[in-house]
Design a protein around this ligand. Sequence first.
Ligand SMILES: [Zn+2]
Length: 405
Amino acid sequence: MIKNYLHLNQLVTLKSAHEKDGRFLVPSDLDIIEDGAIVFDEEKIIWVGKTSNLPSEYLAHMTYNLSGFVLTPEIVDSHTHLIFGGDRSQEYVDRLNGTPYEEIAKRGGGILFTMKETLSLSSEELFCLGVKRVERINSYGVGTIEVKSGYGLSYAKEKELTLIIDRLKKHFSPKIQISNTYLAAHDIPRSFSSPTAYMNEVVIPLLEELASLKIIDAVDIFHEKNYFTSENCIQLFSKAQDLGIPRKIHADELNDNSGAKLAADFGCLSADHLLKISDEGIKILSTSKTVATLLPGTAFFLGKPLAPARKMLDAGVKVALASDYNPGSCHCDNILLVASIAAAQLKLNQTELWCGITHNAAHSLGKLDQGVLLPGMKSRFSLFQTNSLSQITYNWGKNFSVNLP
Ligand SMILES: [Zn+2]
């Protein structure tokens, strides 16, 4: 069914940002149409422009007067770990009270604690938690959400988590798009002698099994000192390439260990975190298609310095922002709030902020047909009850999002 939205106070198209592939953005690249109109069907955008220029042939279709609203390309949260059991509030308080992370880990804290809590829940319980979490994220205006597995850390439980994410995907489609990322290589369970043993016994064989079901949208790996090595990444990425599955990487967060280069070498959709990225890494990403996904909420919450965003943007790196919603290092599921706070800290202009949570975030999931309001692109938008785009992030933490009519 064809619909018209007319008289939008602002229609934020991001047309120029899209033409520039989301790089070297200036404020005018938002390409805002005042008193805007958009015509679309379930699949695609048909026409975009000023309401006064709407061709009369479209007036026969279902028409909504949206004076008092702003429409943007759909907000995307491209990095979440939302399938988990329990919480880590005790660990958070211990950290505030001065307990070093090594001590917390020795007591069985960290990812392995969440693994234990996740193991104690049934598939149905994890699915129901997932539904609630996806609905809450969607209530902020986020319509595409990436969800990673990674708190199962055994063949059986990781398989179960990927199947739960697939069930969520089917449950919410098409209103909410879910991207299913396979992150069995999130941590190394104590029962394995080395990361390589875990790769060979769990990560690779399970990937082969799940690939045949065609439910994985990307693989991911935690490439850090004391976690997975470059060799482990190469093994996973080569296998994923053979199977035709896109790749992502948790890179250069705790140390610079050339994760950005690995990402570019294997044509990864994104390299995520990058707090410690080197100048060489920035140079490599600037000439690659790999999106640099920054997760400022995590650095805030851990009290760490943020990623060198301005340096990356000025070099021409394609930057996205995501929440990293997870029970340990960032228990915040609101990417719009994170981006509102982070913009000044990361020295982003308004286009970089919005392009980072829409267009570039969609590209970091391989979704190249959304993130810009142009004819032929997917009909995926976010609608806000306010008279200007500026109000949305200026009033940080206030929710202006409303359901699409
Ligand atoms: Zn993560």
